[in-house]
Design a binder for this molecule. Structure first.
Ligand code: AMP
Length: 218
């Protein structure tokens, strides 16, 4: 167990990253920092950032690097992240973001960068069954037998499909992953900082592989 681990989890959207990051954050007792969750919170609050972000997110695009780097910079300065550590989920997504993150974490470098590897075809199947609680963000997998309206077990909120989980938006996100985010695999492996973890299989087994990979990088 590493108290205060600082981790980056890369991987295609729909690879099960979110759920595994929640488990990892409990395991290592560090905050789970999901830039997607931060943007969705801004959308719910109706802030200027939220209004802009919603259009981009619903189309499956990426928010500008400068905005994202500013958001993460502020978040990493908060007491929980600066004293204990964090799990970054959904950031960095471009080489420019990774370079900025290197500058932000110069004094307290990241311990491990993990690529949670799930092939595109499998991710497409998973995303079409993905449902999310609108209030607390808990992820579910639809089987078709759920009662409607579907109520979240955790907080009683509405469980629905994400607005950006339409087939068009999903395909655009996966294309952007290949062109913008997958170069990060090269970026971090060239610095000998990357561990690739097979994300296919039972979630408990994937979780075990993830914690083993983190321990091995220390
Ligand atoms: P996620 O919850 O990680 O799937 O992110 C949902 C959406 O938020 C993405 O499809 C992007 O539109 C946006 N987003 C989240 N993180 C970033 C980031 N690091 N850079 C650019 N856009 C992001």
């Amino acid at each position: 167990m590493i108290p205060g681990a600082r981790l980056i989890i890369l991987g295609r959207q729909g690879a099960g990253k979110g759920t595994q990051c929640v488990r990892l954050s409990r395991h290592f007792v560090v905050p789970h920092i999901s830039t997607g969750d931060m943007l969705r919170a801004a959308v719910r609050e109706g802030t200027e950032l939220g209004l802009m972000a919603k259009k981009v997110m619903d189309a499956g695009g990426l928010i500008g690097d400068e905005i994202m780097i500013g958001l993460v910079d502020e978040r990493l300065k908060r007491a929980d992240a600066s004293t204990r550590g964090y799990i970054l989920d959904g950031f960095p997504r471009t080489v420019a973001q990774a370079e900025a993150l290197d500058r932000l974490t110069k004094e307290r470098p990241i311990h491990a960068v993990i690529d949670l590897d799930v092939p595109r075809e499998i991710v497409l199947d998973r995303i079409s069954a993905r449902r999310v609680c609108r209030d607390c963000g808990t992820n579910y997998t639809a089987t078709g037998n759920e009662s409607q309206p579907w109520i979240c077990d955790v907080c009683g909120g509405d469980v629905q499909q994400r607005d950006d989980d339409t087939p068009e938006a999903v395909n655009r996100r996966l294309d952007l992953y290949e062109s913008q985010t997958s170069p990060l695999v090269k970026y971090y492996s060239a610095q000998n900082r990357l561990a690739v973890v097979n994300g296919v299989g039972h979630p408990d087994h994937v979780f075990r592989r993830l914690t083993d990979a983190v321990e091995a990088r220390r």
